[in-house]
Design a protein around this ligand. Structure first.
Ligand code: SAH
Ligand code: SF4
Ligand code: F3S
Length: 455
């Protein structure tokens, strides 16, 4: 609709970021103007997350804030993403200011829904499936970065871990045909992107229909074949997330060994270090299986950075069981760890068990684990001092003039001093200092062959 302005805010994971990029591409093509001003926009869209109670609550707080700011001149409010998919029609009753509810598979119908709502239709709901032949194009200008692009390869999740809402909000696994992924990565390369992240809730279970499988690429699993095919496009850097321990095949490590542009970082969430809890969580692996994955990752030719997620205070988790998690974290020596306090999600199997670890105890466990990880990370990060890392310079620092920031292939945040002309380039940086969550260094050569860096 000509001339109407749209403000969109994204919560949650990279999948939501990718959906927002597609939604914005379509909205702009339909004649909308995108704005960063939530206080003047004609349409306000919240692309929501439901993974924990706090994430879900955010959308309601933000709707309240935006309406409060507007002093009477109400925008059209649309809720998309996981909360929309899960709550559906109930959202209209809960928050009457909402005009459009569009689920996780309704992205390409969003411009139409918004237009109908602007034309006066009320309470529009679309939590249906994707349309056949839906186009996944994203305009380069709508990507979250001009250098790094998210490429969804699989949506949804079939795992049904007992605590997790994602299989309900995102539906069953659906893999994009590999040819489509390769075409997108090739186009991104032509457009000047230097790094792609292949994304999905569980990328290791990537399984396109057999007739769409790529010929000519070796690999023990469809995912490791896809990795090799994406690497062969010549894209400068390829990262992928999230991996799942039960589906993590050592052939992924072999592929990383073979291709320097497959980055040396694996995010492999473990969730708990106790077999009984893992079984209760329905994760489908034991601690020993997880450690075997870690072993294969640590035996790679290049050093692969390993990161993980952990939930503390799962129903029935005793302090001894939590101690097993601490032990596992010490064994794994993670480069980074995301710790979450268990949050009951209604509709998940775990919601049938009493959420019996008190919030105070969860906080205690959270802090204990955080402190263990802080010490590990200090050691891991200090190990980088004196090394050279290839860094994709993403932007100037917002806090310090003259400071640039970017990521290494091992996914560390690297800060160093340099001219803004380096933004968008890959440079070689010698690491001089390690802080808690980032490394500081000095640029040593800006004209390096990116494939020559081994870290
Ligand atoms: N697909 C990924 C991540 C999904 S959500 C995986 O399987 O690992 C990201 C993280 O949120 C999870 O790894 C888990 O640690 C956390 N999480 C998911 N549900 C949660 C819940 N109900 N309470 C607390 N943390 C949760
Ligand atoms: Fe959730 Fe488990 Fe699927 Fe990850 S693998 S999205 S934790 S159900
Ligand atoms: Fe959140 Fe949905 Fe992603 S619940 S983590 S936005 S899949």
């Amino acid at each position: 609709m000509k001339g109407k302005s749209v403000y969109i805010e994204t919560f949650g994971c990279q999948m939501n970021v990718a959906d927002t990029e597609r939604a914005v591409t379509l909205l702009r093509a339909a004649g909308y103007e995108l704005t960063k001003q939530d206080d003047t926009a004609d349409v306000v869209i919240f692309n929501t997350c439901s993974v924990r109670a706090r994430a879900e609550q955010k959308v309601f707080n933000r709707i309240g804030e935006v309406r409060h700011k507007r002093c009477g001149k109400e925008p059209l409010i649309a809720v998309t993403g996981c909360v929309a998919q899960l709550k559906g029609e109930a959202l209209f009753a809960q928050t009457p200011a909402i005009s459009v509810v569009a689920g996780t598979r309704a992205t390409d119908r969003l411009p139409d829904l918004i237009e109908r709502a602007l034309n006066g239709e009320q309470k529009l709901l679309d939590i249906d499936e994707r349309r056949k032949g839906e186009v996944w194009d994203v305009s380069p200008v709508e990507r979250h970065s001009p250098y790094v692009a998210f490429v969804p390869i699989i949506e949804g999740c079939n795992k049904f871990c007992s605590y997790c809402i994602v299989p309900f909000s995102r539906g069953r696994e659906q893999s994009r045909p590999p040819q489509e992924v390769i075409t997108e990565v090739r186009r991104l390369r032509e457009e000047g992107f230097r790094e792609v992240h292949l994304i999905g809730q569980n990328v290791n279970s990537y399984r396109p229909p057999p007739e769409t499988e790529l010929e000519g690429f070796a690999g023990a699993t469809p995912f490791s074949r896809l990795l090799r095919a994406v690497a062969a496009t010549g894209m400068e850097r390829v990262k992928f997330t999230t991996s799942f321990p039960r589906d993590f095949h050592p052939d992924i490590v072999r592929a990383i060994d073979e291709f320097d542009n497959l980055c040396n970082w694996v995010h492999l969430p473990v969730q708990s270090g106790c077999d009984r809890i893992l079984r209760a969580m329905r994760r489908g692996y034991k601690v020993a299986d997880y450690l075997a994955c870690v072993e294969s990752i640590k035996s790679a030719r290049r050093m692969i950075a390993l990161t993980s997620d952990i939930i503390v205070g799962y129903p029935g988790e005793t302090s001894d069981e939590f101690a097993e998690t601490i032990l596992l974290v010490q064994q794994c020596q993670y480069d980074g760890l995301y710790i979450f306090k268990y949050s009951e999600r209604s509709g998940t199997p775990a919601a049938n068990f009493p959420n019996d670890v008190s919030d105070i105890e969860k906080t205690k466990r959270f802090m204990a684990l955080e402190s263990v990880q802080r010490n590990i990370q200090r050691k891991v990060y200090n190990g980088y001092v004196g090394r050279k890392l290839s860094v994709l310079v993403e932007k100037g620092s917002t806090r310090h003039a003259g400071q640039l920031t970017g990521h290494s292939k091992c996914n560390k945040v690297i800060n160093f001093t340099g001219s803004l002309d380096f933004v968008g380039e890959t440079v070689e940086v010698c690491i001089l200092e390690a802080k808690e969550n980032s490394l500081y260094g000095k640029i040593i050569d800006s004209r390096v062959d990116p494939s020559s860096s081994h870290r």
